[in-house]
Design a protein around this ligand. Structure first.
Ligand SMILES: [Zn+2]
Length: 263
């Protein structure tokens, strides 16, 4: 596994994880993933560690798909974005957990983060939680309407108005902090019509977290979690559906109630 963490000339400016494969013969996976900051760097390190955990989740997933052909272990359909992002977002969800912060968030003197700061972090983020998750819906609702429009009606003015209407309807405010049409997923063939996968993944992450918390009482550094994920979520790759993996681990089909509760 090769980690490429720092900004350098010519480097693609977005974290990603990629597993090259060679056709015709079995080779052990060679995994590369990137981020744009050192996790212990003051300031941008916060984004860096999030990308590191996110990419690490994808890497753990793709390194543990154990099937007899590479087609079960690649990012394109039938692999769903929601299934892949569940693995990465489960890992990066740990970073805001108070017990994780107590163990790892230390200053240069080795002092742990105070309870007051952890509480302040929660107080700042929690009120926006539902708004942020709803924000994801702008893209799929916009795409749904856009691709349903008559060709003649699809003018620049009508498309801009459609984006404004959907922002108003979903967020309840005129204009989004991140304008819908500025979201790059809309324009790229690989990522178009898949943005809902992030929200589905967040739902599955909360369902998974709830299951582990109920079973074990804690997540941080819990050695039982990796083998559970490997067996139920990772090993089958795309040979089963996302819903099947959730049923296999949690005993329950896809359930959005846990994300609603977290919000
Ligand atoms: Zn991802």
């Amino acid at each position: 596994m090769q980690l490429d963490l720092l900004v350098r000339k010519g480097k693609y400016e977005n974290g990603f994880m990629h597993c090259p494969v060679q056709e015709g013969q079995w080779l052990p996976a060679k995994i590369n993933f990137t981020s744009l900051a050192k996790p212990d760097q003051v300031g941008s390190g916060a984004t860096g560690i999030n990308t590191l955990f996110h990419g690490g989740g994808h890497a753990a997933h793709f390194a543990n798909i154990r099937q007899n052909a590479p087609c079960f272990s690649q990012e394109f359909p039938p692999t769903s974005m929601a299934y892949a992002e569940t693995q990465s977002m489960f890992c990066d969800s740990l970073l805001h957990d108070a017990d994780w912060l107590k163990r790892y968030a230390k200053n240069r003197q080795g002092e742990v983060l105070s309870d007051a700061l952890i509480k302040a972090d929660i107080a700042v983020r929690q009120p926006m939680r539902a708004f942020n998750e709803r924000h994801i819906l702008l893209v799929p609702y916009f795409e749904w309407q856009l691709y349903s429009m008559d060709e003649d009606a699809r003018t620049p003015a009508a498309i801009t108005q459609l984006a404004r209407d959907i922002e108003q309807r979903i967020l309840g405010i005129g204009g989004s902090p991140r304008p819908t049409i500025a979201i790059p997923h809309l324009l790229s063939m690989e990522s178009a019509c898949s943005y809902q996968g992030y929200l589905l993944a967040l739902m599955a992450v909360e369902q998974t977290r709830h299951f582990f918390l109920k079973r074990y009482g804690y997540l941080t550094d819990n050695p039982a979690i990796g083998p559970d994920l490997a067996l139920h979520y990772w090993r089958p790759g795309n040979s089963v559906s996302h819903d099947d993996t959730l049923r296999s681990l949690t005993g329950e089909g896809f359930n959005p109630a846990y994300l609603a509760e977290a919000c």
